[in-house]
Design a protein around this ligand. Sequence first.
Ligand code: GLA
Length: 390
Amino acid sequence: MLDTDVLTKHFFEHCGKVPRIFSAPGRVNLIGDHTDYNDGFALPIAIGKRTVVAAAPRADRQIAVSSSSVAEKAVIELDGRAWVRRGNWVDFVEGMVRTLESRGLRIPSADLLVDSDVPIGAGLSSSAALEMSVGLALVSLAGDASLSPRALALAAQSAEQVYVGTQCGIMDQLVAALGRQDQALLIDCRSLATTDVPCALREASIVICDTKVKHDLAGSAYNDRRRECESSVSAMRVRRPDLRALRDLSPEELDLHGEVLTDALRRRCRHVVHENARTLAAAQALAEEDLAQFGRLMVASHDSLRSDYEVSCAELDLAVEVAIAVSGVYGARMTGGGFGGCTVTLVRNEMVDELSERLRRSFHDRFQRHPDIFAVRASEGMKEHARTGA
Ligand code: GLA
């Protein structure tokens, strides 16, 4: 966890003001990937790695934003000036500003200083952590209590779609808003209803393996997958005119109506439809502390993401293959959008060291790479931190 006292001190040195401090977490999705934009189910946890924003009002109609870890500084002019995509992290900030403005929030002029220990572009949702921490800061400085956490999450999703260009679903922003300590969040991505599922594992750990690989096509391939799902739904309307989203199909209905699809599209749909069923079953298994069943569903999920949805890669497959061969591992899978990033493994506590060692060795032997391996716990969502003074 970042030291908010240090951030407060830096802010004071640069701006001469004592800031308010806000933060939002990264996330790990335990199961339910590429389901959110199909109106389906996901089961993420917020993690202890967070993006923190120090914020204080200023007098002109500008947002001045800088980062402790990246050199760029930027000034965002308020009140509807023309917007130009910068192609860097500031787009997320400006996206939040413009989106909240367009939803009627009178954005206050502000200095913002951002810091984060969420690994960037690793599939742990550094984007949503940035959007939500900035969003919470802006809404709080504006003194506007009318925007619910769900509405803020929807604004952040829209900011990312419009101002960054990723046609993301709602999972990351929602868990950044609503995650709770020791609880996984079962999300119904159609109604946005959420259910806390107890996840204070006593005998098991959730271990992340960050392959530190990011494949170039990740962004465009993500959008392609989304389009493939939408065109499958359109094609199947010949058979079921009322079909809204893949969420509405059971595996049996997909077998029936999927005849109108190409083989590739049928496999995409098979992933989504079965992943929804797996996610609901996994939430139930977690609630019943049936980790063996949970682990089996994780492995089935990875297989499906690899062979039907085709969003895995050699490094993720190796991390899963190595993990599930370690005794005491319940299950492992890639997590998030894919094409690189992280795997998540559920493992008995006493086998964490052995798992880490085997992953390190295998990565070194096969790819001459050094993954980052660390355990996470289900942590709290976005919040304002208590004032400590400069
Ligand atoms: C990314 C997106 C999410 C979700 C996942 C895959 O993290 O931002 O909305 O679609 O990929 O589950």
